[in-house]
Structure formats: C-alpha cells, structure tokens
Design a binder for this molecule. Structure first.
Ligand SMILES: Cc1cc2nc3c(=O)[nH]c(=O)nc-3n(C[C@H](O)[C@H](O)[C@H](O)COP(=O)(O)O)c2cc1C
Length: 340
C-alpha cells in the first residue's frame, strides 16, 4: 500500500467523529482553535445527491475544506456503486486526504434508502461500493461501521468482509445498529477485533469509536489496547470542545469560542448567499426553483451549539434561555454584551 494519510498519523491518533449537523466547516474551525484532533471528518454526503444537478450545490457546500481542517477525510454514503465512483473521483480535487464510506448510520431514512448500517445486510453491495470508490480515486478509502445490524456476533462475519478489501482504515463504532447509542460501547470486544484485523489485514488501521470522552480516556484505552491505531471522539466534543487537549477550559475561553462560531456563521452565510446568487444568474432553472430569492443559512440549527459554550457558571442557563430567543447572530452578540 503506498503511503497515505493514515500511514502518516501517529500511533494512537485522535479523530473528530463525523456528525451530521455538527461537524460542518464552521464547527471544525472552532474545534481546531480549541485543540485539534489528528484527523477531521466531514458530515456525511449522499453520493446520489452529488450525482444529481439539483443536489450538487448542497453537496459541494458540505464538502468545503479550509486550511485548518487538513488532514481531512470526506465521509460519503449511498448505495449506488456508480454514484460512489462519481463522487470519489471528485474528492481529491476538493482538497481531501481520504474518503470514508458510512456503513453504520442507524437513521431509518438512510437505512430505507439502502445506505449506512443497511450495508451490513447487503455485504456484496458494500464490497462493490468500496471497489468502485477505490477504482475512481487515488485517495485512501476507509469505512466506518458498527458491530452488526441486529446481533453483536455479526461482527465476526461482517468485519472480515471489509478487511478482505484491504481498506486503508476501518472505524468500528462498538455497538450494533439495533443498540443505537442506548447501551455502553462494547470495549470487551476490542481484543477480538484487533485479532481479526491482524489476521486478515494487518495494513488496515483500526479506529475505535463509542463513548470516548476525551484525551485522558484515550490514554487509558491506549494502555489497555496498544494495538489499536486510533480513537474517534463524537459526543465528547459537546461536553468539552477542548476534549482533544489536556486543557481545562475557562468560561472566558468557551465564550470566545462561541464568538468565533458566530463570526464563522456570518462569513459562511455571506459565501452561501453569493454562491446562490451566482448560480441563479448562470442557471435559470435553479433561479426558478428558488423563486428568484437568495436564501441565507438557517439560523435555528446554530442554536444547538449554544449549550456547548454557555454552561457551568452562575447564570449560564438564564443566559442560554435568552440566546435561544434570538433570531440573528447580532441579537446573540447583544445578549452576550450584557455579560461584559
Ligand atoms: C448528532 C450526530 C450526528 C452523527 N452523524 C454521523 C455521520 O454523519 N456519519 C457517521 O458516520 N456517524 C455519525 N454519527 C455517529 C458518530 O460519528 C459516532 O459514531 C457516535 O456518536 C458514537 O461516538 P461517541 O460515543 O463518541 O459519540 C453521528 C452522531 C451524532 C450524535
């Protein structure tokens, strides 16, 4: 296997998990500012939406990369092998260091469409999608998956299917699809998973995911399982955006991160509106679909992030309640000014 980003990462590397509606280009910059992981992932992008003219505008926005993101892996999902090839072929040109296929998402809509964890039940199709992606790009192809769809034991058949494809890395979220996130991650299975990897594909990096909160927990897991190559943290970043460091954040630092997030939102919004206006000028059909109106980024989803930054100090919940009533970034800034 030629040298790729996975080979360059330090042993026991850290990864920010792909999270839909969370790890967009703005939040990744916030995490990079607080303390970066060794590797970033995007939110997942649907291969068939990229393949359609209508969906490409949104897909490309989701696949925006900025310098502080690097190295970064684009995560994609779907079930159409030709569409995997099409998007895989475009990713290197967009600045990515790798391509990851989502075979673990438990969302009903995604699974009904045959993607995410549904791939565990269609191993032949899963293999075909991996192969098509590999043929279409020189980027390393990896997979993020779960132990099984319904039963824990499925991992003994499912992981070998992936490992036999000599993928660059496999990330195992240590739960089944059925378990969602309702039970503790099955750390007890790590030794057996390491053994499967060592026997079938020693060159494939093994990344473990599920309930890992911060760097301290990564250090503990490293001591227990030195053969694991990397550790992926998802929801831990909600509790502590500094989770990839040993730093204990102060209230002031968290509020500075919030200000940064607001500024990044405004900048992305301006870019989004300019790109939309240009596309409307070039493409009358798109203009018709948009009723000739430029639409800014929705503000409501930004509110999900407030609890990450405004917590743990006297008056935090009252402040957050006021912020939740805001409708613009400027209104949020006004509420925050009262603090100073
Ligand atoms: C809000 C949210 C969105 C997610 N979106 C994705 C996604 O787009 N792709 C993916 O592979 N996993 C996604 N996941 C799953 C996480 O990547 C991760 O596997 C899961 O949260 C378990 O790790 P944790 O216990 O560290 O959070 C998402 C999880 C959350 C909470």
């Amino acid at each position: 296997m030629s040298e790729n980003i996975w080979d360059k990462l330090p042993h026991g590397f850290t990864v920010l998990a792909p999270m839909e509606g969370v790890t967009d280009v703005m939040f990744r910059q916030v995490v990079a500012k607080a303390g970066r992981p060794d590797l970033f992932y995007t939110e997942f992008t649907n291969v068939s939406s990229f393949a359609s003219e209508k969906g490409r505008f949104n897909a490309l926005e989701r696949l925006a990369v900025v310098p502080s993101d690097v190295p970064i892996v684009a995560q994609i999902w779907g079930k159409n092998p030709a569409h995997f090839a099409e998007l895989a072929g475009a990713l290197a040109g967009l600045g990515f260091d790798g391509l990851d296929i989502n075979m673990g998402c438990p969302d009903r809509h995604v699974n009904k469409a045959g993607g995410g964890a549904a791939m565990i039940r269609t191993p032949e199709l899963a293999v075909e999608c991996v192969r098509e992606a590999k043929k279409a790009t020189k980027l390393p192809v990896s997979v993020k998956t779960r132990l099984g769809y319904t039963y824990l034991e499925e991992f003994r058949e499912w992981l070998p299917v992936l490992l036999r494809e000599s993928i660059a890395a496999v990330t195992v979220h240590l739960r089944t699809r059925k378990e969602m996130s309702k039970v503790p991650a099955h750390y007890e299975l790590i030794p057996e998973i390491v053994q499967l990897r060592d026997e079938i594909a020693p060159g494939t990096k093994l990344v473990i995911n599920g309930d890992i909160k911060d760097l301290q927990q990564v250090q503990e897991l490293k001591m227990q399982h030195p053969q694991v190559d990397g550790y992926m943290i998802g929801r831990g970043v909600f509790e502590n955006p500094y989770c990839f460091t040993e730093h204990a954040a102060t209230k002031e630092e968290l509020l500075k991160l919030l200000e940064l997030h607001l500024d990044l939102f405004d900048a992305e919004d301006a870019k989004h509106c300019a790109a939309q206006a240009e596309l409307m000028r070039e493409n009358p059909e798109f203009a018709l679909k948009m009723d000739g109106k430029v639409r800014g980024l929705p503000f409501e989803p930004l509110k999900h992030f407030f609890k990450i930054y405004v917590k743990g100090f006297p008056g935090a919940s009252e402040l957050r309640a006021k912020m939740m009533e805001c409708k613009t970034t400027e209104e949020v800034r006004r509420v925050l000014r009262v603090l100073n």
